[in-house]
Write a protein that binds this ligand. Structure first.
Ligand SMILES: Nc1ncnc2c1ncn2[C@@H]1O[C@H](COP(=O)(O)OP(=O)(O)O)[C@@H](O)[C@H]1O
Ligand SMILES: [Mg+2]
Length: 278
């Protein structure tokens, strides 16, 4: 049975909120993710890290049911996403909040209307209640004072925070963050990172964050999965990641140019290609 109505697992029948079981996915004949299994308990903030193009965004699209795996299964809150009817998928998506790379706001709507948008779209709440909810979400990201400003009047960091307020407008059970720190200066980045953690704790949201920003995210995460060449190559708590001797994790954490993930794309022997070798 599909339990979309905010079913609470008790401790004896604990199930992960998110589970990928042996998931493989390819675009056409190009394999992207291979035999991925992971599970995320309710209320946790977990990151998927890996180089660009390794399939992180694709993994989020599997969770929201935008793409289906060729094999394996994706489970969110007790539902197998790839088997949901259109109606149930819509119901699931309504419980999802997403903050994407450039978290674009509607430029012709003011801050208040941007945050009100999902409430107007998905609920029939009276205006007074929408107003209270919008102000509450803006207060949560420290920007209640900007309600009447237009997006063009905000800094990059403020825009991202408004996008975050909009993403949590419907109190999502699951938040998906795709590179939420991209393009922010270090201070704005630190602010949004702390907000993401605080909101997760306050709203008891389960969150999956895709990022390559190891240092900031290790401060706020519960757990990390590292993906390379479509597979999970390492995983652990932030502490385990920091002290890990795994060469892949070291390369990632220390930002080394070369390591298990090669600097050079596979190529024919260089000398041979230059005609220096018979
Ligand atoms: N719609 C698509 N059709 C074909 N290939 C795609 C599509 N979307 C992404 N890809 C390819 O799949 C790979 C993984 O993409 P993506 O999940 O966006 O990576 P990441 O988010 O880790 O940078 C990349 O090589 C990308 O070019
Ligand atoms: Mg991506």
């Amino acid at each position: 049975m599909c339990l979309l109505g905010g079913y609470m697992y008790n401790e004896t029948d604990y199930k992960p909120f998110i589970e990928l079981k042996n998931v493989s996915f390819s675009y056409g004949t190009k394999p992207i993710l291979q035999d991925i299994s992971l599970s995320i308990p309710q209320g946790k903030l977990v990151a998927i890290m890996g180089g660009s193009g390794c399939g992180k965004t694709t993994l989020l699209r599997l969770l929201s049911g935008q793409v289906k795996p060729q094999s394996g299964s994706v489970w969110v809150d007790g539902c197998e996403v790839n088997r949901l009817s259109d109606r149930d998928l819509l119901a699931l998506r309504r419980r999802l909040g997403m903050l994407f790379q450039f978290g674009a706001l509607f430029t012709d709507l003011n801050v208040f209307e941007n945050v009100a948008f999902p409430l107007r779209e998905h609920t029939q709440l009276p205006e007074a209640m929408i107003r209270d909810l919008v102000l509450m979400k803006l207060q949560a990201v420290g920007l209640r004072g900007t309600a009447n400003l237009m997006p063009s009047q905000l800094s990059g960091g403020m825009s991202r925070r408004v996008a975050l307020a909009r993403a949590i407008a419907l109190d999502p059970a699951l938040m998906l963050y795709d590179e939420p720190f991209t393009g922010l200066d270090p201070i704005a980045l630190g602010t949004i990172a702390v907000l993401i953690r605080r909101l997760n704790d306050a709203l008891k949201t389960t969150a999956v964050m895709v990022t390559h920003d190891v240092h900031v995210s290790l401060n706020i995460l519960d757990y990390v999965y590292f993906i390379a060449e479509g597979r999970i190559v390492a995983q652990g708590t932030p502490h385990e990641v920091r002290v890990s001797t795994d060469p892949f994790v070291r390369q990632f954490v220390q930002g080394e140019a070369d390591g298990p993930v090669r600097l050079h794309y596979p190529a024919a022997d260089y000398a041979a290609e230059l005609g220096l070798k018979q």
